[in-house]
Design a protein around this ligand. Structure first.
Ligand code: ATP
Length: 272
């Protein structure tokens, strides 16, 4: 990725196949994000206005960022990513300038996807812990800049805005109006089938022993996120190496030992 004063631009290498589970969600994102960029002519022919923004919400470590990158890769769009928390922490005025600059760069590099992580930090509910009638708070100023930029995106510029949050209730209703984030998608924690696929993905390059049964491991990793499962695979490999630095493969007992030493990130209330 190339860093230009706080904005990260990259050509994403992540594909839809690198994301386990979430079959329906991937289909929805393909149609909402990839199609308008790849088949702009078809949308124009039928007079369909594509969504301009998609809000992804769900617990941390369950692939919101990866989904945005995969959409960019599939659409062969430039990928710009910004962190809400980082914008929020800047000096007064700097965050807004960075936002405007990002939209400007995205226009020049179109087709583009702009991804906001921790979007609730940029777009807190207005008035919440906010100004008392005086100057707008940093959050309010960032929010109004974002709204102005999104409203200014002309149709068929090939720019799509994706945002991610763990706290959708903290997002200002103004962001959900038509022409802004008009598609809101929940990214749930992986179910057992999803976990099996995630384990398959993250062991693709590992040499596994014949006794390793990934679906059985998936069955006993109930509250694990995708990121946790990725960590589990790495840890199993490390256990094997610690046992014997010239190990030839990673076996079931290495996975079991890794499981004993790792705790899942999710709580029961997050998987309901
Ligand atoms: P956060 O809210 O913390 O930013 P996130 O929801 O954006 O989290 P990602 O950053 O996309 O999550 O995921 C973290 C890592 O976990 C990724 O690098 C990816 O390798 C792995 N991961 C998560 N979900 C999946 C999945 N469904 N399939 C494959 N890998 C996954």
């Amino acid at each position: 990725p190339s860093m230009t004063r706080g904005v990260t631009k990259e050509v994403s290498e992540v594909s839809w196949d690198d994301i386990g589970g979430l079959t329906d969600l991937k289909k929805k994102l393909k149609q909402a994000v990839e199609w308008p960029i790849k088949h702009a002519d078809a949308f124009a022919r039928l007079g369909i206005t594509p969504v301009r923004g998609v809000l992804l919400h769900g617990p941390p470590g369950c692939s919101k960022t990866t989904l945005a990158k995969a959409a960019a890769h599939a659409a062969q769009a430039s990928f710009f990513s910004l962190s809400g928390a980082e914008l929020y922490s800047k000096y007064v005025g700097e965050g807004e300038a960075l936002l405007r600059r990002t939209f400007q760069k995205a226009r020049l590099a179109a087709p583009s996807i702009i991804f906001f992580d921790e979007a609730d930090a940029i777009a807190p509910k207005r008035g919440q812990g906010g100004s008392s009638g005086g100057n707008p708070t940093i959050g309010e100023r960032l929010l109004s800049t974002l709204l102005t930029e999104m409203d200014g995106l002309e149709q068929a510029t090939g720019i799509m805005v994706l945002a991610a949050t763990n706290r959708p209730q903290a997002i200002d209703a103004a962001l959900m109006r038509p022409g802004r984030f008009d598609l809101v998608l929940h990214v749930p924690p992986p179910d057992q089938v999803g976990r099996t696929e995630i384990l398959q993905i993250h062991t693709r390059k590992m040499r596994l022993g014949k006794d390793v049964d990934l679906s059985r491991i998936a069955a006993c990793t109930d509250l694990f996120t995708g990121a946790d499962l990725e960590g589990l695979c790495r840890e199993a490999g490390m256990v094997a190496l610690r046992e014997d630095i010239s190990a030839e493969s990673v076996s079931d007992h290495h996975f079991q030992a890794a499981l004993d030493s790792l705790k899942p990130s999710l709580t029961e209330s997050q998987v309901q």
